[in-house]
Design a protein around this ligand. Structure first.
Ligand SMILES: [Zn+2]
Length: 199
């Protein structure tokens, strides 16, 4: 029955995204159990749903709850301490490191939304990037969700090469390192081919 109450609350919150909900209706949804508050907390802490209370937003009254964004915070981000989070946001000037949107201001790509910042990886986990402070950056929810939608704007090889040619050697070598990590087999193949050409 315990998970049943949590599941019912989850469904209810997801059906009422953006609406302020009162504790009386939440208790009723949970079947009137006394620990409905604990189940709501579990949705926040264990599942990563950003259910806001008057601790998060001053315009909410005590006993009011609001799920603004149906997308839960990923597990790695939940594991980041508040200190690390605020250090990263502070270092990045509370600005999305992909599009430059500023926290709390209308989003430049979608002015109907206020910019909310998440913590993301600089070098992706799939590329062996760590959860360390130095590998984290501020990223807005639009860029976070829409990385796929932005692919139309990907720069061409010609444009990239102009940038790389202008860069300092140390930065060019960083690009090289990144490419080798990303395409190890192709790197070996190219080197092999090159060796044969020289012979
Ligand atoms: Zn952004």
């Amino acid at each position: 029955m315990r998970n049943g109450a949590r599941a019912k609350l989850r469904t209810f919150f997801l059906a009422n995204v953006g609406k302020v909900l009162g504790w009386e209706e939440l208790r009723e949804v949970a079947g009137g159990i006394t620990e409905w508050g604990r189940r709501v907390r579990e949705l926040r802490t264990e599942e990563g749903f950003q259910i806001l209370t008057n601790n998060d937003r001053s315009d909410l009254k005590p006993g009011q709850y609001l799920l603004e964004d149906p997308k839960p915070i990923p597990a790695f981000e939940r594991a980041i301490s508040k200190e690390t989070r605020s250090l990263v946001l502070d270092r990045n000037g509370f600005t999305c490191q992909m599009c430059g949107a500023v926290a709390g201001e209308p989003h430049p790509y979608d002015p109907s939304r206020k910019t909310r910042l998440h913590i993301g990886h600089i070098v992706d986990k799939s590329m062996h990037g760590s959860d360390d402070y130095s590998n984290l950056r501020a990223i807005c929810s639009v860029c976070n969700e829409g990385a796929k939608n932005l692919t139309q704007d990907r720069p061409s090889a010609a444009k990239l090469l102009v940038q790389v040619r202008r860069a300092q050697t140390v930065d060019q070598q960083k690009v090289l390192e990144w490419l080798i990590t990303k395409f190890p087999n192709q790197a070996v193949e190219l080197l092999h081919k090159r060796g044969q050409d020289i012979k």
